[in-house]
Design a protein around this ligand. Structure first.
Ligand code: F6P
Length: 367
């Protein structure tokens, strides 16, 4: 029931950067809703679809095959914020608040509730829209795993698996040539992908945004490995990592008033500095969007399905204004006001970091 009214039609959209498992969530929502006699309208390209009224009716025949497919059948965008929507008006390109249009078009489409699947940007936008009366439920996604309200987001496990496999492959060529190999992974301001894949891949050095590094500390680590007879080193670096007193490396600026910076390039910077400093031949590999594409892992398929089923039930029961989250193995409902705040970063004092240090991994912070 939404405001005492029975929920008959739900809208679903995917916002932010895509990640493996989005389609599995959409599928679970549609299959659950259909069994309850509730219709589902897919909204194309995140909130842009509500602004431009781009809908597609979904039923089991359209989603049943989607469990294994990466990406999102609805399309997504990580720059269409209705509160700062970029438009060209009278020849001037500027940000305009079109949030009222979103609410109007939502009602005009005959929707009784919205399920928004997205990361921190989508959560914040949806929370603001719920304060304007939009009945919505959110589902947490992102390969970065940086949402505070949930223990884990879907997409993360797949991205870590891809990065770990890449590190394994890089290891054999590193060993053959006796090289330093730098592997740059995604994660924005969070070091989760670097930490998990670096530990699983047996990296020698892991550089994360939460622990600024010194070049000298890495050089010392490499030299000590060489003295001990190891002829190669693997350095995993998160795209958001930076030197002590240094800045993050920005790959490009995009037309996004909320967060225009796209990170990337630190891997090549670190690689060149290390080669210059040590004299060892070095290569850098930037994994980039490979981490976001393709088949979701078993874990992500199942987490996505759990999130999708619970989000659909929550919306059908009219429990709007919540994020479905995984907490201690259970799916819980977290109020959006709480869920939209903060960012989940790696704590430098966490057990994970201590474990990594105990097996000899350097974070480039100890001289
Ligand atoms: O948030 C997911 C993510 O893949 C980040 O890890 C990365 O910094 C960013 O999106 C890349 O964005 P884009 O797809 O716009 O290059």
């Amino acid at each position: 029931m939404a405001n005492g009214k029975k929920v008959r039609t739900l809208g679903v959209l995917t916002g932010g950067g895509d990640c493996p498992g989005l389609n599995a969530v959409i599928r679970a929502i549609v299959l659950t809703a259909e069994r309850e006699g509730v219709r589902v309208q897919g909204i194309r390209n995140a909130y842009s679809g509500l602004i431009h009224q781009q809908f597609t009716e979904l039923d089991s025949s359209k989603v049943d095959h989607l469990l294994q497919y990466g990406g999102t059948m609805l399309g997504s965008s990580n720059r269409d914020n209705p509160f700062q929507f970029m438009m060209t008006i009278d020849g001037e390109h500027r940000a305009v608040d079109v949030s009222e249009t979103v609410i109007k078009n939502f009602h005009q489409a005959g929707l009784d509730g919205l399920i928004a699947i997205g990361g921190d940007g989508t959560l914040k936008i949806t929370h603001k829209l719920t304060q304007m009366g939009l009945p919505a439920v959110c589902v947490p996604k992102t390969i970065d795993n940086d949402l505070l309200a949930t223990d884990v987001t879907f997409g993360f496990d797949t991205a870590v698996g891809i990065a770990t496999e890449a590190i394994d492959r890089i290891r054999t060529t590193a060993e053959s040539h006796g090289r330093l190999m730098v592997v740059e992974v995604m994660g924005r301001n969070a070091g989760w992908i670097a930490l998990f894949s670096g530990l699983a891949g047996g990296a020698d050095v892991i550089l994360i945004p939460e622990i600024p590094f010194s070049l000298q500390a890495i050089v010392n680590e490499i030299r000590s490995d060489r003295s001990a007879g190891k002829n190669f080193s693997i350095i995993v670096v998160a795209e958001g990592a930076r030197q002590k007193d240094g800045e993050v490396v920005v790959k490009k600026m995009v037309d996004d008033p909320t967060e225009p910076r796209r990170l990337g390039g630190i891997g090549n910077v670190v690689g060149q500095l290390l080669e210059d400093e040590t004299g060892y031949e070095t290569r850098a590999t930037v994994l980039g969007h490979i981490q976001r594409g393709g088949t979701p892992s078993t874990y992500d398929r199942n987490l996505s399905t759990r999130f999708g089923v619970h989000a659909a039930r929550c919306a059908i029961e009219g429990k709007f204004g919540h994020l479905v989250a995984l907490q201690k193995g259970l799916i819980e409902l977290v109020p959006l006001a709480e869920a939209a705040e903060g960012q989940r970063l790696v704590s430098p004092d966490s057990d994970f970091i201590r474990v990594a240090r105990s097996v000899g991994i350097s974070f480039g912070d100890e001289l």
